[in-house]
Design a protein around this ligand. Structure first.
Ligand code: IVH
Length: 765
């Protein structure tokens, strides 16, 4: 390595400034091409060594002529810009799931069933493998000529997501095999170890980023990253346990095939055993269960597979599961304890969430002292439809009271839940729990809207709990992501009144950069860290519109919706004007929903059919045309429905909330989503896709159209320029015809856009 660096430096030393500049441009292009090929097209155009050599050459030239370094130099980039989502891979052989066995008898039945199916006597030899069932996510790796060519998630079993670039970053996954069949699909489980999971969550927390509920979520979230460099930084592991397409068999037995995979360089589970009787299978299960807590990774059972592959082939498959394998699941971990109290936590959107405070109890090796109680209906023993949950012998849902003996369990998630309540142990003085109707944090009224399972604090910004949660969301990674300002810092600043709303972050330096009370004098801060924080904040004054919209933490407006809105409106003013204008329509929409519900009930009581159209019409009767147009503009955006539109409009109407948003906006320099292509034939046009598309998914079509500068809308209106209609196009095609809107089919669309140059649409909008 040192030698190669020296060579690069010597090359650089021989260049004139003019030559250096020309070579830098060349190198930037070569690297960009290679990045695209590797990360987005999953078709590497360069050997790793050649790629590294180019990067070294670039770095050496930049070191010698720093003034020539381009602001967009590849030396500053990690990986390539994220692709627009994952492409799809159709599995050459379906990825299967497993039937379950829950007790010893199920396992005996499984073995007996196989004997019957194969016409074997109870005495005939029949061996099975038994191995841990890893709690991760399955992945299929395809090797051709020994080279890893693709990696796909399970998806629906038929079609998965192409995560090749990400899989390449996992060290347990070999990129190159020696002596492998020409075509080899290796299947197994991607997972994260307990230690790596804990360390990752610690890093996430320190960085003020979101933490993961359990190792499986962390593994899934890490594998499904659009930027493979993020995956690379996450400690993922892989166990191989199965295979798909093969150009030649791996072995004659399951055990032999696993040994072959191990010899090829795959990690296989060392608790895999060959068992010759049901008793041996169950003994191995018991052994694995006993060691469960010390394995260092999550498992949720043991998988038995028939060892003889010829017999496996004879048994074949049911619709989605093989007949020759079964998963023997571990029982859910349960424990009884006493409910000491019910705490109410208030979230970012004001939701009041009840949490059970328990006498600490060990559940499957973990001490549990609280559990979610979901919402007030859950405590009362009803589900969202008023049906009993935890029914007693009379079918009445058992309620939960403070002082009750309750049964706790841990499902896949880390947050424990309550399984049951023992009414025979209920203290005589236990009273039904009365869910608060005021916010425990700020005293404001907490109301529950029709159709909402959750009661919410109406205090908005005056509620300290909501304010702090909102601020945490505001600085989170997909939002403002300010270095040095994570959840912990926000909490501390909020507690001292330094930051009460997002705008305060951007005036922090004016208020606490100098004078008597200074940030650098606070505990945990110094001259340098204070300076760094102010600089990081100043840097974030310029920010993409999508991030701003998401950061506001408006209910139902997630990252995707925020970016959809940003792309559609292009500026804050355009968004705000439309949302403001749409307010009367949002009221009408809500009124119409309430009226419809009332009409449904009245009709049901009177035993007649509901007349919903009437109820709806009445609500919309007085809505001015401008409000209707704004409403249609908003809800016409692909991905934005009435729920988001209503949520935006109600938030923007709240006087205090709006003033706080306006104070923030005034301090920012908001960037429009990256320039759209202007030369494409669809630039600036509003396009609607309808019917079924055969050559691309909806998401792909939308991404491509947007990359070409088009707006994609979900509904046809007078503003629509072009309708792309696949087979089965119904009312939208009819409406387009009525309005005289140009309508083309999928092939014509592809012909139209295929050679068009794309604008830069990557980035955070
Ligand atoms: S074998 C045809 N072996 O469990 C066989 N699956 O519930 C396909 N899993 O989708 C699966 N550990 O993701 C097999 N040792 C193991 C496993 C395992 C975990 C997962 C796999 C599968 C799911 C079925």
């Amino acid at each position: 390595m040192a030698e190669e660096l020296e060579r690069a430096a010597a090359q650089a030393a021989a260049l004139t400034k003019g030559e250096a500049q020309a070579r830098l441009t060349e190198l930037a292009d070569l690297l960009a091409q290679a990045n695209r090929a590797y990360y987005q097209e999953d078709a590497p155009s360069l050997e790793d060594a050649a790629y590294d050599a180019l990067k070294r050459e670039l770095a050496a030239i930049e070191a010698r002529f720093p003034e020539l370094k381009r602001p967009d130099s590849p030396s500053e980039q990690v990986g390539a810009a994220p692709a627009e989502g994952f492409s799809k891979i159709t599995h050459s052989q379906r990825m299967l799931s497993l039937a379950n066995a829950f007790d010893d008898a199920d396992v005996a039945d499984f073995v007996a069933g196989i004997r019957r199916y194969l016409g074997l006597s109870p005495e005939a030899e029949l061996a099975f493998t038994a191995e841990p069932k890893i709690d991760g996510l399955s992945l299929s790796l395809r090797y051709e000529g020994g080279r890893l060519v693709s990696a796909a998630t399970r998806g629906d079993g038929q079609v998965g997501e192409n995560v090749t670039a990400n899989a390449r970053t996992i060290s347990d996954i070999p990129l190159q095999l020696t002596g492998a069949p020409e075509v080899l699909e290796v299947r197994g489980e991607v997972y994260m170890s307990h230690a790596d999971f804990a360390a990752l969550n610690q890093r996430q927390e320190a960085a003020g980023a979101k933490t993961f509920a359990n190792p499986r979520n962390a593994a899934a979230g890490s594998l499904r990253q659009l930027d493979a460099e993020v995956t690379r930084a996450r400690p993922l592991r892989f166990f191989a346990y199965s295979w798909g397409e093969l150009s030649e068999p791996l072995a004659a037995t399951q055990m032999g095939a696993i040994e072959r995979l191990r010899a090829l360089g795959f990690a296989t589970n060392d608790r895999t055993r060959r068992c010759e009787t049901v008793e041996e299978m169950l003994a191995h299960y018991a052994g694995i269960e006993a060691d469960r807590a010390t394995l260092g990774y999550d498992i949720d059972g043991v998988v038995y597979k028939l060892d003889d592959l010829a017999l496996q082939a004879r048994l074949g498959l049911r619709s989605t599961t093989p007949r020759w394998a079964i998963a023997h699941k571990f029982p859910a971990e349960l424990a009884w304890t006493r409910l000491e109290g019910i705490d109410i936590q208030v979230g970012r959107t004001g939701a009041l969430s009840p949490v059970a405070r328990l006498v600490p109890v060990t559940v499957g090796g973990v001490v549990v002292s609280n559990a979610t109680l979901h919402n007030e209906d859950y405590i009362a023993g009803r589900d969202a439809n008023g049906q009993p949950i935890r029914p007693d012998e009379n079918g009445i849902g058992k309620d939960i009271r403070i002082g009750d003996r309750v049964q706790v369990y841990r499902a896949g998630d880390v947050i424990p839940k309550l399984a049951d309540v023992d009414l025979s142990k209920r203290p005589d003085d236990a009273k039904p729990y009365v869910f608060p109707t005021t916010c425990p944090e700020c005293g404001s009224e907490a109301i529950r809207e029709e159709g909402d399972a959750v009661r919410r604090c109406t205090g908005g910004l005056i509620c300290p709990a909501q304010a702090v949660e909102k601020l945490k969301h505001f600085v989170s990674r997909a939002a403002f992501d300010i270095e040095g300002l994570g959840a912990k810092q926000v909490e501390a600043f909020h507690a001292d009144g330094w930051i009460t709303e997002p705008a305060d972050i951007f005036t922090l330096e004016d208020r606490y950069g100098s004078g008597l009370q200074q940030l650098k004098n606070r505990e945990g801060w110094g001259e340098k860290s204070a300076r760094n924080l102010f600089d990081a904040i100043a840097e974030r004054r310029r920010i993409g519109l999508g991030r701003v919209i998401f950061a506001l933490g408006i209910r139902h407006v997630g990252e995707v919706a925020a970016n959809d809105l940003a792309r559609h409106f292009g500026s804050w003013a355009a968004l705000a004007d439309t949302v403001d204008a749409a307010a009367p329509a949002a009221h009408a929409h809500r009124a119409a929903e309430a009226a419809e519900l009332a009409e449904r009930r009245a009709a049901a009581d009177a035993g007649r059919r509901a007349s919903l159209a009437k109820a709806r019409e009445a609500a919309w009767a007085d809505v001015p045309a401008a409000a209707r147009a704004a409403w249609e503009d908003l809800t016409g955006i692909d991905g934005i429905g009435a729920t988001v539109a209503v949520s935006l409009a109600t938030t923007f109407e709240q006087v205090a909330e709006r003033a706080s948003i306006d104070r923030l906006i005034a301090l920012l320099e908001i960037e429009a989503p990256a320039a759209r292509a202007t030369q494409s034939p669809v630039a600036g046009k509003t396009v609607v896709f309808t019917g079924s598309l055969e050559k691309m998914t909806r998401a792909e079509a939308k991404a491509r159209a947007e990359a070409l500068g088009a707006k994609v809308s979900g509904s046809v209106s007078a503003k629509t320029d072009l309708l792309v209609a696949g087979p089965g196009a119904g009312s939208k095609a009819a409406k387009a015809a009525e309005l005289g809107i140009e309508t083309i089919d999928e092939d014509a669309w592809l012909a139209l856009v295929n050679d068009a140059p794309e604008g830069a649409v990557h980035g955070d909008g």
